[in-house]
Design a protein around this ligand. Sequence first.
Ligand code: MN
Length: 388
Amino acid sequence: MSSNRTPRRIGIFDTTLRDGEQAPGNAMSAADKLELALRLEAVNVDVIEAGFPASSPSDFEATRMVSDALTRAQVSTLARARRDDVETAVQAAGSRRHVLQILGTGSDVHLRHKLGITRQQAIDDAVDAAKFATSLGVETVSVGIEDATRGDVDYLRQLTERVAEAGARYIPVADTSGCATPEEFGELIAKIRTWAPAPVRIGLHCHNDFGLATANAIAGLQAGADDVQVTVGGIGERAGNTALEEICALLAYKSDQLGLFTDVDVTAIFAVYNRLREIIRLEEPRNKAIFGKYAFGTAAGIHQAGMLRNPATYEYVEPARFGRERTLLISRHSGRAVLRHLLAELGLPVDTDTVDEIYRVYIAERVESDCEDLSVLRRRLEADLISH
Ligand code: MN
């Protein structure tokens, strides 16, 4: 199902260094943030959120270093809807190529239980902060709507229209608690799109509490959003944010169908992820989409028999597009096809009796509980069968 529309370019806003970094275990030094920001700029993300300058001297310093070093990407900061936070953010990141995100409040739960203010006060604070940021010459004044997915529609409309009038040119809509379904989120974004037409850009900020962060982001993009906030490896508060690699993979394969594309260099982001894992000492997950250790590995016999004839049998997403390699692994679940393949490679006779015997010894009666790379079995077969 493809359309004749010209695909629309989607902005990629990376919040690995802010939402990603603030989650437990992910602390980064200013030097770490600088290194990652340069790597993110090199793979072509559009905006890099460096931190929340008013929150700590270390966030201030990291933001200043990142802002000074970037040459193409915009730098983004977070600020509460207060003039002093806005001023601090401008001191850290300047005004040029700066996306200053003022934290607007979308739900009564947050108004009552977090801030203790009324809807009117929240609108007034966001409007005042947006006007103040505009007066400081900030290139892109933004008001984000936190917890928008639990907000009252009439209030969200008033907040959106008022901050757009006050100068906000980028409005990220957050599913802060990760409560939305794609259908709900798409409907909300379609409404906000009509309340804040171009040139205001609508952004998406999704959390993965139901495992829907990528699905919700895609629904929001299809409903007319311009930009998606992501993190490398999907790190972030609680279950994390929309993963950069998942959005890029989807758009790499479904650009025509979705009518969307990005300029991110998808083959280069795995290297950024590996560096991020080193920096925050993130364990390697086995089954994560695109970046999991075995995302492109198989051990089961039926799968391997197919893969050896044609990888397309079980592989729609192709490893090479993402800087990965296909791996065949040996486990108790492997079959004879992979053995015949190995024996042929080693130039050994492959009659049925030989294969059956080798299968019994090396696969069926395996004592190792983990799987191992094909090359390990190959070396064992070589040593056991050829040297005798
Ligand atoms: Mn968040």
